[in-house]
Design a protein around this ligand. Sequence first.
Ligand SMILES: NC(=O)c1ccc[n+]([C@@H]2O[C@H](COP(=O)([O-])OP(=O)(O)OC[C@H]3O[C@@H](n4cnc5c(N)ncnc54)[C@H](O)[C@@H]3O)[C@@H](O)[C@H]2O)c1
Length: 269
Amino acid sequence: MKRKRPQPSAVKPEYLLNRVAVVTGAGGGIGQAICQRFEKEGAIVYAADITLAENQVGQPYEIDVTSEDSVNVLFDDIASQHGLLHILVNAAGIEIEKTIEDTTLDEWNKIMAVNCTSMFLTSRRAVKLMRAAGSGSIINFGSYDGFIADPQLAAYCASKGAVHALTRAMACDHGPDNIRVNAVCPGYVDTPMLQSFLGSSGDAKANIKNNPEHVQKALNDVHPIGRCGQPDDVANLVNWLAGDEARYASGQLWIIDGGLTAQVQQMKL
Ligand SMILES: NC(=O)c1ccc[n+]([C@@H]2O[C@H](COP(=O)([O-])OP(=O)(O)OC[C@H]3O[C@@H](n4cnc5c(N)ncnc54)[C@H](O)[C@@H]3O)[C@@H](O)[C@H]2O)c1
């Protein structure tokens, strides 16, 4: 008698089934894509942002990630509802398009607070809940700007360099508790932050208004793969890092940029 081959299951098991996840910056371009992907993969998503998106996916928490009290409200709720946490994505971020000469001390402190201090506030609450879960994955948003610099983004570049160093330090400290810590470092990704950056300086500002196709083509052309990134491209990497397939990945800075930073700038002869 011919033996029947086992049929592949029609429904693929969800990669993050029943994992409890916090995403900050959840209302932003990349944050929304992550929340959608996590929910699709079966996670229980807590979506935190100072301004949430319309039709926000996940349990909405309108919080300021620079405020300890505000962060504690979210983590106290998770502690009482679940007593554990598996995934933390620190994606909240802001940009200030200035040189250091033009940056005020308040602006400097604000960008450091949103882009870096927030990760200290959320992660130290998360670590305890991840220990209770037996494992965890923390994903911090760095940037290619933590490696190389765009003009007029001095404080932003400094904040992302700090995120990269913090990521490595946390990975060393919490690895023994089976908590992995990685940074995702995007290149140009088509979100409100990128539009604000493109609209902030000289020629691009004028061109974006008068000839947006020209700006889009110029943006695409600096990438070896011929296009800038979409939020989903980044969410794919975050999703992998969040789950068990990435169980050996920790303490690393994952650049995702369509090859942008692999290529030396060409001379314009
Ligand atoms: N888009 C890019 O090209 C790019 C490139 C490199 C790195 N990044 C990083 O990726 C992350 C996500 O960026 P994005 O492109 O989705 O930007 P975005 O501006 O679309 O989203 C950022 C989100 O952070 C939220 N936020 C700001 N301050 C906050 C606060 N105090 N408390 C709570 N939430 C706050 C904003 O409301 C916003 O929804 C950021 O850390 C950013 O620095 C983006």
